[in-house]
Design a protein around this ligand. Structure first.
Ligand code: TEU
Ligand code: CA
Length: 542
């Protein structure tokens, strides 16, 4: 039995969590000062977005040394202290590892660039020009060709993100050995596992234009497991945008010895036009959302472990995205919390989600930090898109939406920093902040706290079988979880529309286990649900 099935993980984006030395940038010591807060919330693990040495062009997802800490965030001693202090509070630390690429300032790449004979050359992916041009037309995630010309050798190197993030050549066994050694280095320091950035890309075959789910992907992960993870009690979660439930089994089937679980994104792309980019929006429907979630719950049930999330540092804030950040901010945030945490899998909370933090409205490029958005802007202006359209996409999907500093209090700079914050703070911090939610017994924070506590006390939440109810209902997301003769029923009005319905003919008042309206009981045969009204009851009719 692995601890991570029973725990809730909290993601920290360190740059925006807590600053302690007034440089406007969050730091590791800042995280330590907030561990008591996280303990109060009840989380048992922290996924720490990258804190390694990095020029921070992609905010740490461009690592230049895996075994040292970015001085902006602190030192190796600081991280060791964080691991120890977290441990005292029964909180484990998961490191975020970017193994698909390094920064172009990494010593391996600096060596590799020296020439074709350099021993590190083959740690990266180099190809000769074809007819004086790029080897093929593969595109990079952050704009332009995936091939960058190197004048010195007249070869191209490959990068799936920005050209400052050259892709590693996983075919090279010596490179893999270096990675295993580095992962053991962190585990020996006491970290409890890893979130593996874009892990579905490491098996790429650029010549055949295969980027995701390459032929050797799972071979590499099995090697990682043997060399690094075997015999250790770790949580490993791979970021896998391209995974289907069938592919999730390859990563997560315990008998295959690969990863604990993956992040899948099928429920997170429903507002995108299929086959286009994340910026090309389409109306999404709640029906699609609940079907996407139910599909994964059912397909993985009993075999593979799910991860559960609405947010991370790449995604817009869920209350702003699919809830109502104005009149029903609290109700919709709690609705999302309850519906997610009652599903089967390990829930992840992204910093500030437990306050119901909202997107920051952007009206000018000077307010944008994220390279992905900057690249998109330049590209789309060139293609003739209107600024109105571009800003519409940025506000809907830009990554800075969720990266603004944590809102700790109503005092200057939200208690995040005494200096000038690296990214604007959402002006709503005077209302939405940690101090305020802690003082209000009906706050979103206490809903999260209660959900985490319920999880610890009720095996049905962890192990119960999932069944979707009211499959075709357009507003209601309802499901059952059953375990050892116990059944819990979760009913959520995911919309602002009033809904009346008869869920079950049996009469009688049922006491609420957790909900987001003041009601203490519900009658399943005559439900009358207000905007975002959500509740959980036990099916104890006998
Ligand atoms: O994200 C992978 C990824 O594909 C995203 O960049 C995606 O394109 C988009 O942002 C989704 O909204 C990971 C990290 O989470 C991200 O922060 C990094 O920028 C990226 O890898 C490169 O390392
Ligand atoms: Ca700082």
């Amino acid at each position: 039995m692995q601890w991570w099935r029973e725990s809730v993980v909290y993601q920290i984006y360190p740059k925006s969590f807590q600053d302690t030395n007034s440089d406007g940038i969050g730091d590791i010591l800042g995280i330590i000062t907030r561990l008591d807060y996280l303990e109060k919330l009840g989380v048992e693990a922290i996924w720490l977005s990258p804190v390694y040495q990095s020029p921070n062009f992609d905010n740490g997802y461009d690592i230049s040394d895996y075994e040292s800490i970015n001085p902006e965030f602190g030192s190796m001693e600081d991280i060791e202290l964080l691991i120890d202090e977290a441990k005292k509070r029964d909180i484990r630390i998961l490191m975020d590892l970017v193994l698909n690429h390094t920064r172009d300032k990494h010593k391996w790449f600096l060596e590799a660039k020296k020439g074709k004979d350099n021993p590190y050359r083959d740690y990266y992916i180099w190809r000769d020009p074809i007819n004086g041009e790029e080897p093929n037309d593969l595109r990079a995630g952050f704009g332009g060709s995936a091939w960058e010309h190197d004048k010195k050798s007249n070869q191209y190197y490959f990068h799936l993100f920005s050209k400052q993030q050259p892709d590693l050549n996983w075919e090279n066994p010596q490179l893999r050995q270096e990675i295993w050694q580095m992962m053991r280095f962190w585990l020996d320091k006491g970290v409890a596992g890893f979130r593996l950035d874009v892990i579905d890309l490491i098996g790429k075959v650029p010549n055949e234009k295969i980027t995701v789910n390459g032929p050797k992907l799972h071979e590499y992960l099995q090697e990682m497991n043997q060399e690094v993870l075997a015999g250790r009690d770790t949580l490993t979660v791979g970021e896998a945008w391209s995974a289907s439930p069938e592919i999730a089994q390859l990563y997560g089937d315990p008998s295959r010895n690969e990863l604990s679980m993956i992040f899948s994104f099928e429920h997170m792309v429903l507002d995108e036009q299929p086959g286009k980019s994340k910026w090309d929006l389409k109306l999404f429907t709640l029906l699609e959302l609940k079907h996407a979630i139910a599909k994964w719950q059912v397909a993985l049930d009993g075999k593979i472990w799910n991860s559960l999330f609405w947010n991370n540092h790449d995604l817009p804030r869920i209350v702003s995205r699919w809830g109502n950040e104005k009149e029903y901010r609290v109700e919709s945030a709690k609705m999302f919390a309850i519906t997610l945490h009652l599903l089967k899998g390990t829930p992840y909370i992204y910093q500030g989600e437990e306050l119901g933090m909202t997107n920051f409205p952007i009206s000018d490029m000077s307010e944008v930090n994220d390279i992905e958005t900057h690249h998109m802007y330049v590209e789309r202006i060139k293609k003739g898109y209107s600024k109105k359209d571009i800003f519409h996409s940025i506000n809907a999907k830009g990554r800075d939406n969720a990266r603004t500093p944590m809102q700790w209090s109503g005092s200057k700079n939200s208690g995040f920093t005494d200096g000038k914050p690296w990214l604007h703070i959402n002006p709503n911090y005077s209302d939405i902040n940690v101090e305020a939610v802690l003082a209000d017994p009906n706050s979103i924070f206490y809903t999260y706290q209660q959900l985490i506590k319920l999880r610890k006390e009720n095996p049905v939440i962890i192990w119960g079988e999932f069944k979707l109810l009211l499959e075709a209902h357009k507003q209601i997301f309802a499901y059952e979880r059953s375990y050892k003769g116990e059944t819990w029923i979760v009913v959520a009005n995911m919309s602002e529309i009033h809904v009346t319905l008869n869920l079950d003919d049996r009469q009688g008042e049922k006491p609420v286990v957790i909900g987001n309206y003041p009601k203490k009981t519900y009658q399943l045969n005559k439900l009358d649900l207000g905007p975002y009204e959500t509740f959980v009851v036990k099916d104890n009719f006998l």
